[in-house]
Design a protein around this ligand. Structure first.
Ligand code: 8NA
Ligand code: MG
Ligand code: MG
Length: 345
């Protein structure tokens, strides 16, 4: 695949912010009629809406820390990143963090901490978190590192600062890989894109720690691969209902129940869909569809937004959406700086 076009890295970071901001409206809702989603999205075009009306949540707050750390340290520095997570949380604790991760963030602010990975290991009686908090903030790693093996290595380490269960950090690796491939234009060939993700995750989930965690949680031997196979089956069907997607892939706060879902949203919305307005472009379709799944809408839309944004680029993002989402303009600027790092490598 070719080197990505200039608008793609911006699209990835901005897409993630938009998903978080726009998706916040329906977070935790069990059922979200498409009608309500479209009303919400149409409302963004309202000129009377002020700048940054829709606030970002933990997803973007933590992604900003990742960006700033990668930029300041010109690479991955776990001490620096951990410190930024802790500081961000102490300054703005009300951004909707998961109830477990708060303990980690508090411990990370201690000056006596010798191992920044330890607080995450202590979570959930030593099992570690399998939440999607590592995955929701991972897109910047795909922008900063051109090499696939670096993307895998650093996205995993970055996630492990809060998520030590393999079902948490492997979700982050999968999401980072999806953004990485999308930046390279891999979504032009959706079937191959998915094959590549599966073959990479087959290797990732072959590790002993992954196998042990999967067994302990009574999941399939390679849980993310299993979900990606289900995803492929769904893609092959001519019609698939929202209920089937939720049933097969999930819409919850576990990485396993949301990262494959986000990838599905992107793939499903590569083409026009009956349930979505015909004037919508691919990014708008992806957003609307992600929200209509309900559940962890901000995070699923954030992850889908990063992958879709990397594919379509910043040019297709509606100006009105940029304007009313807090942090969107800033993401555009930092993406540019982050991508300069990519070219230095
Ligand atoms: P986390 O590490 O606290 O995990 C999220 C939740 O998953 C925990 O609070 C637990 O309920 C559960 N969980 C994770 N690991 C285990 C385990 N090993 N055993 C039992 N339960 C476990 O936080 P996170 O950073 O992963 O969370 C990210 C999500 O929380 C994002 O969606 C973010 O937006 C936020 N959030 C979501 C909602 C929602 O309703 N969907 C609401 C508020 C906040
Ligand atoms: Mg959130
Ligand atoms: Mg969420």
């Amino acid at each position: 695949f070719s080197v990505c076009k200039p608008g793609q890295p911006y699209g990835a970071l901005v897409g993630a912010v938009l998903g978080d901001c726009v998706g916040g409206e329906f977070e935790g809702a069990e059922e979200v009629p498409m009608e309500n989603v479209l009303r919400h999205l149409n409302g963004l075009d309202d000129e009377t809406k002020g700048d940054g009306t829709l606030e970002y949540s933990d997803d973007t707050a933590m992604a900003r820390c990742v960006v700033q750390s990668l930029l300041t340290r010109a690479g991955f520095d776990e001490q620096d990143m951990a410190r930024r997570f802790a500081k961000e949380y102490s300054l703005a604790p009300g951004r909707g963090y998961g109830s477990g991760v708060i303990q980690v963030l508090k411990k990370l602010s201690s000056s006596q901490l010798s191992d920044v990975y330890q607080p995450a290991r202590d979570q959930f009686n030593g099992r570690g978190s399998f939440g999607n908090g590592g995955a929701m903030r991972v897109a910047p790693f795909a922008l900063a590192f051109p090499d696939l093996s670096d993307v895998k290595k650093y996205s995993r380490s970055g996630a492990m600062l809060t998520h030590s269960c393999s079902l948490g950090y492997n979700g982050a690796v999968l999401q980072a890989l999806a953004v990485h491939l999308s930046l390279q234009g891999a979504l032009e060939l959706p079937a191959q894109f998915l094959d590549k993700l599966i073959s990479e995750m087959e290797e990732v989930e072959d590790e002993e720690a992954s196998r042990n965690d999967a067994r302990a949680l009574k999941e399939a031997e390679k849980p993310f691969c299993e979900r990606l196979y289900r995803l492929r089956d769904l893609m092959d069907r001519s019609k698939v209902s929202i209920e089937e997607v939720i049933c097969e892939l999930g819409n919850g706060i576990a990485a396993l129940h949301s990262v494959p879902t986000a990838i599905f949203c992107v793939l499903h919305c590569l083409q026009p869909r009956e349930s979505l307005p015909p004037h919508y472009g691919g990014l708008e379709r992806t957003m609307a569809y992600s929200l209509a799944l309900g559940g962890d809408t901000d995070t699923i839309a954030c992850m889908a937004g990063a992958i879709a944004g990397a594919h379509y680029g910043i040019e297709v993002i509606p100006e009105a959406w940029m304007k009313c989402c807090e942090g969107a303009k800033e993401a555009e600027v930092t993406a540019q700086r982050l991508h300069a790092l990519y070219h230095q490598r």
